[in-house]
Write a protein that binds this ligand. Structure first.
Ligand SMILES: NC(=O)c1ccc[n+]([C@@H]2O[C@H](COP(=O)([O-])OP(=O)(O)OC[C@H]3O[C@@H](n4cnc5c(N)ncnc54)[C@H](O)[C@@H]3O)[C@@H](O)[C@H]2O)c1
Length: 439
């Protein structure tokens, strides 16, 4: 148990942010961080940079910025690195991803050119619709993990980093359930040595990071770090881990809207969600096996928020369907439609329609920044294992066995801020507020 107000080691020197996958999300994040550093744009959407936190009673009016309240690494202290199966540097990859316009990338060209991907751990078996030349070769997965660790050591030395975090920004792998090989550190290490096929590429990166005591957050729905072996390793090495799947776009909307409908005890009979998107992520998700991983992540949200077992008359018959359609003309500018069939007083039906013309990577980029800074904070605070307080950022929050995950965005936000208050030895805010009215 972390003590309330326990000493937090201050951030010092450079913090290396290592990302397997330098695609749309990663390059949009890196470009935005460089742009904010040059005061060209604001870090919009980032809780760590723009968010505030109330301390004490409302009458005290003490509401500092989060980044002034807790000891976070500064934007200017970040250095970026990563791996990809393509050789493009971050400038070229950002241009190809087509999220940011050339005119916004040009002033950042020099910095972005310097971020070059290291050769990836990759196997097409796990991402069927992708292939590229920048890939490591080794006879065993164990050796591949050692090569990733060597990359990390080299990166740390060359960039004079004091701290490191790893955030998975790579593609969604095929759906995979838990097996024996995932149950203990010994089984996982043995599996790496004999090339067990239930160890996908993302798990090799996660193993390398956690083995070295580097915080690991998973931005995709891949099983990756969400296995008992990785949780045990994270505890053993005093390393924070978190996941899975950045909460953006349609699922973000769901976790904003569904808690509101439930709060007012409005029934939901059906929720149909469909998307068109044309980026590389969309292409990968066009493979049914990768889509299944994403679908599982997206479907779990409503069930957990609406709790049909507790409210069978309101949510017991809910029909929930999610579709993703690869449609190249849209690029990263996804369009997501939701049709929600709800019912109210005396069972009268109503409908809600959402048409969200969203930019996926624009919503994901600030999450990468916040996760990098909060995971580093967690490490410096002595926190380790699953960081459930960072559920705010994920579609399928990783959680302890025997618990159900918390999906409601507003509960997640309260949890996150209360954790920061706790770390700093401040009182929790319960929103009771009776003391304003009675002595
Ligand atoms: N954009 C969003 O809003 C969002 C939201 C939630 C989750 N995600 C997930 O984040 C991930 C990144 O999304 P994106 O839009 O940047 O996709 P992208 O296809 O543009 O980028 C992913 C990159 O990862 C690389 N890659 C794949 N396997 C790799 C490996 N084993 N090692 C190193 N690199 C590898 C690919 O070559 C590609 O460049 C995806 O898994 C996506 O599902 C994205």
């Amino acid at each position: 148990m972390i003590e309330k107000g326990a000493k937090i080691a201050p951030p010092s020197g450079k913090l290396g942010v290592l990302m397997p996958g330098l695609g749309a999300v990663a390059t949009t994040f890196i470009a935005g961080a460089f742009s904010a550093r040059k005061n060209l744009t604001e870090p919009i959407g980032s809780l760590s940079q723009m968010g505030t936190i109330r301390i004490g009673k409302r009458t005290e009016k003490k509401i500092p910025l989060i980044k002034e309240f807790v000891e976070l690494a500064g934007l200017s202290d970040l250095v970026f690195g990563g791996w990809d199966i393509f050789e493009d540097n971050a400038y070229e990859a950002a241009l190809k991803a087509g999220v940011l316009q050339r005119e916004h990338l040009e002033p950042l060209r020099e910095e972005l050119n310097a971020v070059r991907p290291m050769p990836a751990v990759f196997d097409r078996r796990y991402v069927k619709n992708l292939d590229g030349p920048n890939v490591k070769k080794a006879t065993s997965k164990w050796d591949l993990a050692q090569m990733v660790m060597d990359d990390i050591r080299r990166f740390k030395e060359e960039n004079h980093c004091q701290g490191l975090v790893m955030i998975w920004c790579g593609s969604t792998e095929i759906y995979m359930g838990e097996g024996d090989v995932h149950q203990s550190i010994e089984a996982l290490e043995e599996g790496l040595r004999r090339n067990d096929e239930r160890i996908p590429s993302s798990m090799i990166y996660a193993y390398a990071a956690v083995k070295m005591g580097i915080p690991y957050a998973n931005g995709a729905p891949n099983l990756s770090g969400d296995i008992p072996a990785m949780v045990d390793l994270a505890k053993e090495n005093r390393t924070p881990i978190a996941g899975k799947d950045f909460k953006t776009g349609q699922t973000l909307m769901k976790t904003i809207l569904a808690p509101g409908l439930k709060a007012r005890l409005l029934g939901v009979e059906g929720w149909f969600s469909t998307n068109i998107l044309g980026n590389r992520d969309g292409e990968v998700l066009d493979d049914p096996e990768s889509f299944k991983t994403k679908e599982t992540s997206k479907l779990s949200v409503l069930e957990q928020i609406l709790q049909p077992d507790l409210y069978p008359n309101l949510y017991g018959r809910l029909y929930h369907k999610v579709r993703i359609n690869y449609y190249p003309p849209r690029g990263d500018n996804k369009e997501g439609w939701d049709n929600i069939d709800i019912f109210g007083w005396m069972g009268y039906p109503m409908q809600i329609k959402i048409d969200f013309l969203c930019r996926d990577s624009i919503l994901a980029a600030p999450i990468v920044l916040d996760l990098a800074l909060f995971m580093d904070l967690a490490k410096r605070s002595g926190m380790y294992g699953i960081q459930e307080w960072l559920s705010f950022f994920f579609k399928s929050p990783q959680h302890a066995r025997g618990l159900y995950p918390e999906h409601d965005l507003f509960i997640q936000k309260t949890k996150l801020k209360n954790t920061l208050r706790y770390l700093k030895g401040e009182e929790q805010i319960t929103h009771l507020g009776l003391d304003y009215y009675y002595d």
